[in-house]
Every structure is written in structure tokens, then in C-alpha cells.
Design a protein around this ligand. Structure first.
Ligand SMILES: Cc1ncc(C[n+]2csc(CCOP(=O)(O)OP(=O)(O)O)c2C)c(N)n1
Length: 343
């Protein structure tokens, strides 16, 4: 796979000024969120083979900086849509971990009442508006939500996470065209992890025209920033959200990232031959979580005791959430008929 992307900022060398511009607690909170997502994903992965979670899974291990950087720039009242790789977005937007795990275990109290599984997470109380397993399916829905905000004069910005493969669906370009025409308050956030299941980007798109440049051609404000650098992602999305709120229209943000695990399920699937394990190892040297931890340590914002305390707190939270999910009630036959509408 030819990856034409030089990890431009994940060494955090040019990020010293962030410390002057942001509260220390905010910078460490973003680290906590990334670490929490990493540990939650690892816990899901380690238990998945027991076959008690009745859902496909698409892990975001390796992509945590994108989820956290983007969602940290959103208000609770801003709404977020997502595709099938939903866990990071749901958790970073403030979705309830117990509700998510109960959903995975197909329990009655899951965040979608056991009807959705991991690809349809939703928590309206925090603006997690929905997700779709249809590649690109959430993009026109999020665009419609932005139109609704504009027509009704609502203050929220609509954001949608999409993958690189979603940009091979025509509806994405129809949506971008419409959003640019109407100056809709929306942010298209494209996590380019270079694969559509097992097919590399170079076999699907001409690499000399990066995705963000195509979006720019549709009239959107469009940038590419390093998706392994939570600070760069945060600033890009913050400025896109500000544009949207000012009435200056839609933005497109492409963040190159790398998924460390297989497309779906637990474990790495590189041995199947579609990607070189050396490529995976190379990206793992640019770990978004540990890279940011190193930055915070150098800046004096995170020491080993604080890190250990975070690990302990997260581990306790995860254990309790798994226990909660496992001990929760299964749906009953009557539940089959709730939320079913017909004319
Ligand atoms: C319309 C549609 N076509 C095909 C699929 C099968 N499919 C599921 S995930 C996927 C690849 C998605 O890649 P991308 O959008 O880049 O997201 P990633 O999985 O890399 O996060 C495909 C082709 C689908 N779910 N929907």
C-alpha cells in the first residue's frame, strides 16, 4: 500500500503553543478520553470471542485522536452522525458506556433497546444523533439535519463522521453540493484509514487527488490534518464549527488515520495478505494515545502517578460497565412489538 502521508504532526513538535492557549485540565481531559476509548476497545476485543456480545464490531483502536479531537470541539447540543465504526464517536460525544455495552450484549436497556448493535449507536441526550451501517448512509441524513437547523434557526451544528470509502458513494457528493449551495451549518469529518475492508485506497481512487481537494472543488472549506494528533484535529474542527455557526457554510476535514485491527471483529487481519504487517507496525510507532501522552509529559502536564490513577479509574469503570451489561435483562417477546409503527 502506498501511503502518501508523512505523519505530519503526530510527533507534536510544533504543538508547544497549545499549552499556553488552553487550560491544562482540558488538555489532560482529552488524553483521558483517548485512553478510555483505547481501554474500552481492548476490553471489548478481549471478550468478543466469548460470543456473548451479539453484534458485529468495528474497533477504533489507532483512531482515538480523531474521535476525541473532533468531538471535543462540539457542544453537547451539536449533533453527530456516524457510519459503522461508531464506538469512538459515541463515547467521545459523551454517550453512556453502560448503554453501549448493554447494546452490544443485546440487553433491553441497551442504548438502542437492543435493536441496533454497535453500528447503530444513539444517545440523543448528548447529541449522538445516529449512525448507519450503510456506507455513506449517515451523510445525507446529517445534511438534512443541518438544513433543518438553518430553516428553524436552531443553534446546533451538524457533524458527520465518514470513512474514505464513503467518498466513493455518489450521495456524498450530492450532499456536499447541496450543503455548499445552501451554506449549511455542517462539518463533514472524513477518517481516511486507507482501506475499504481489504481494498487499499490506491486501488479505488487516484492518489494524486486527495479526498479533501475533491471536497474543495465542490466549494467547501476543506483541509487535511493529521488524524493522529488530537490537538490538530481539535483546532481544525473548532474552526469548522465556528464557520458553520457564523453562517459561513460547510467544511470538510480529511484526517489520515490508521486502524490497527481488522476491518471488523477482534484482532489484526494483516496475515490474510491485504496489508503488510510492517506497515501496521510502522503506524503503531505513531500511536495517537502514547504520542500525546509523551507530549503532555514533556510539557509537565502528566506524570506517572496521574497516568496510573487514570488507568485505575478507567479500568474500574469498564469492569463495572461490563458487569452491568452482563447482568441486565434480555428483551422479551413483547418487546418485539414496541417501537413498531404501521398505518
Ligand atoms: C452501501 C454499502 N456498500 C457496501 C457496504 C459493505 N461495507 C461495509 S464497511 C465497508 C468499507 C467501509 O470503509 P470506510 O467507509 O472507509 O470506513 P472504515 O471501515 O474504513 O472505517 C463496506 C464496503 C455497506 N455496508 N454499504
Amino acid at each position: 500500500m502506498v501511503i502518501n502521508f508523512p505523519y505530519q504532526g503526530s510527533d507534536f513538535e510544533d504543538c508547544g503553543d497549545f499549552v499556553a492557549r488552553y487550560e491544562a485540565s482540558f488538555l489532560t481531559q482529552m488524553f483521558h478520553s483517548m485512553l478510555r476509548i483505547r481501554r474500552i476497545e481492548e476490553a471489548i476485543e478481549s471478550q468478543y470471542h466469548q460470543d456473548q456480545m451479539k453484534t458485529p464490531i468495528h474497533l477504533v483502536i489507532g483512531q482515538e485522536a480523531a474521535s476525541v479531537g473532533a468531538c471535543s470541539a462540539l457542544k453537547k447540543s451539536d449533533i453527530l452522525y456516524c457510519g459503522h465504526r461508531t464506538n469512538g464517536a459515541y463515547l467521545a460525544k459523551g454517550g453512556d458506556l453502560k448503554g453501549m455495552l448493554s447494546e452490544f450484549f443485546c440487553r433491553k436497556n441497551g442504548c438502542v433497546g437492543s435493536r441496533g448493535g454497535s453500528m447503530h449507536l444513539l444517545d440523543k441526550s448528548v447529541g449522538m444523533a445516529g449512525s448507519s451501517a450503510i456506507v455513506a448512509g449517515a451523510v445525507p441524513i446529517a445534511t438534512g439535519a443541518a438544513l433543518s437547523a438553518q430553516l428553524r434557526g436552531d443553534d446546533y451544528v451538524s457533524t458527520v463522521f465518514l470513512g474514505d470509502a464513503a467518498t466513493e458513494e455518489g450521495v456524498v457528493w450530492e450532499s456536499l453540493n447541496f450543503a455548499a449551495l445552501k451554506k449549511l451549518p455542517i462539518v463533514y469529518f472524513c477518517e481516511n484509514n486507507f482501506f475499504s475492508v481489504c481494498t487499499p485506497l490506491e486501488e479505488r481512487q487516484p492518489l494524486d487527488t486527495p479526498i479533501y481537494k475533491k471536497a474543495a472543488a465542490f466549494g467547501l472549506h476543506s483541509v487535511q490534518v493529521d488524524g493522529s494528533n488530537v490537538l490538530k484535529v481539535y483546532e481544525a474542527v473548532t474552526s469548522a464549527v465556528a464557520r458553520a455557526r457564523r453562517g459561513d457554510g460547510p467544511s470538510f476535514i480529511e484526517v489520515p488515520v490508521y486502524r490497527w485491527r481488522g476491518h471488523g471483529g477482534a484482532g489484526d487481519d494483516s496475515a490474510s495478505g491485504y496489508r503488510d504487517p510492517a506497515e501496521v507496525a510502522d503506524w503503531q510507532k505513531h500511536c495517537p494515545v502514547e504520542g500525546y501522552a509523551g507530549f503532555l509529559q514533556r510539557e509537565g502536564l502528566l506524570d506517572s502517578q496521574q497516568r496510573a490513577a487514570m488507568e485505575q479509574q478507567i479500568s474500574t469503570e469498564i469492569a463495572e460497565a461490563f458487569q452491568h451489561a452482563e447482568q441486565s435483562e434480555n428483551p422479551t417477546e413483547e418487546d418485539l412489538y414496541s417501537h413498531v409503527y404501521c398505518n
